[in-house]
Design a protein around this ligand. Structure first.
Ligand SMILES: *Cc1c(COP(=O)(O)O)cnc(C)c1O
Length: 355
């Protein structure tokens, strides 16, 4: 069986499991005051080249929703891609944790939106007009829901619009490491140096068992976050469980090694699909996700060979305008991970070729 439906179908990296077991050996301070969490937080400060405030939580949904809640009143508006994870895949958690702020979806190809699109949306909600929700934040996904990336220039330009309208910038970095390696920049460049105020730094999909970090680049903005995390039920009493995972994730650059491998596997798959006339890829493979449209006979061959991918939305508004997926075609998402083997990619390609 080969399962590339997502990068969370695999378990955790051995190093991370070992670190959890090792952290089990002796008594530790509780509620995040343990030495593992503290060391991991300090390490993130070095990685991001500045004083940061870090809060560990168990899920990306909690990281996103809580991060947003720190920057918006209940009557605020959060601008995001219409098909972003916060809009489509978090069951209203952002609305719940913000006590009712409005998510304003913006359309755009390949899971991205432009400065023009953002500004257009911002203009619908004038500041000071009582009948309108008040702009609070823009949220960018890096990697996007379509496996694509914002370039540094694009992030800077969007953040400049945000500055002009006096709103904050959130980055959903569930696949932060995959994006970082693909852009070939520093963590600081992809975030605060480009205008990002708060980051959901993902670890789970890239080798942790369950750990994500909310990172504030201005510690002043994090003043009430301890309370927000606690009241949401994300302050772990045995906080070492988070700390040990994150420390092992960052140590010896495991996070980069894992993402580098996942990206390489996606490239191998994408390069192979690109050589097949009957397969179309609507979006560029820029990280560890490959989206492919194929005749049913190819996807049937995958099923028969026990190769699993995620059926994707044929109705996605992120598809190029000239892309029309036919009735007898299937649209699949393949997500590679640290655990994907080159031989598995070869098996997928061989199966597709034979079909
Ligand atoms: C997976 C993912 C998350 C986090 O999801 P959880 O299932 O809550 O951990 C957030 N954003 C994006 C873009 C994701 O792909």
């Amino acid at each position: 069986m080969i399962n590339l439906a997502s990068d969370n179908v695999v378990g955790a990296s051995r190093e991370i499991l070992d670190a959890i077991a090792a952290a089990n050996a002796a008594p530790e301070a509780s509620y995040g005051a343990d030495r593992f969490s503290r060391e991991a937080e300090a390490r993130l400060g070095q990685i991001f080249e500045r004083d940061v405030k870090v809060f560990l939580v168990a899920t990306g949904t909690a990281a996103n929703a809580l991060a947003l809640s720190a920057f918006t009143p209940p009557w605020g508006a959060v601008f995001c891609h219409e098909e972003s994870h916060i809009a489509d895949d978090e069951c209203g958690a952002p609305e719940m944790y913000t006590a009712g702020a409005k998510l304003v979806g913006i359309r755009g190809e390949a899971g991205k939106f432009s400065t023009h699109d953002l500004e257009h949306a911002l203009k619908r909600f004038p500041r000071g007009v009582t009948k309108a929700v008040q702009p609070s934040l823009v949220s960018l996904s890096q990697v996007t829901e379509c496996g694509t990336l914002y370039t540094l220039d694009e992030i800077k330009a969007l953040a400049a619009v945000a500055k002009r309208y006096d709103i904050a910038v959130h980055m959903d970095g569930a696949r932060f490491a995959n994006a970082l390696l693909s852009l070939g920049c520093s963590p600081a460049e992809m975030t605060w140096k480009s205008g990002v105020d708060v980051l959901s730094f993902g670890a789970t999909k890239n080798g942790a068992l369950a750990c994500e970090a909310v990172i504030f680049f201005d510690p002043k903005k994090a003043q009430d976050f301890d309370f927000r995390r606690k009241r949401s039920g994300h302050t772990l009493s045995k906080g070492r469980l988070f700390g040990a995972q994150l420390l092992a994730y960052l140590e010896k650059d495991l996070w980069l090694a894992n993402a580098r491998h996942a990206n390489a596997m996606a490239k191998q798959l994408s390069d192979g699909f690109a050589k097949m006339n009957s397969i179309r890829m609507p979006w560029k493979t820029e990280a560890n996700e490959v989206f492919a449209i194929m005749p049913k006979r190819v996807s049937d061959a995958f099923s028969q060979a026990k190769i699993f991918a995620a059926p994707w939305y044929k109705e996605s508004i992120s598809l190029p305008h000239n892309e029309h997926i036919k009735e007898d075609e299937h649209f699949l998402r393949f997500v590679t991970s640290y655990a994907t083997k080159a031989e598995e990619i070869e098996t997928i390609l061989k199966t597709a070729r034979a079909a």
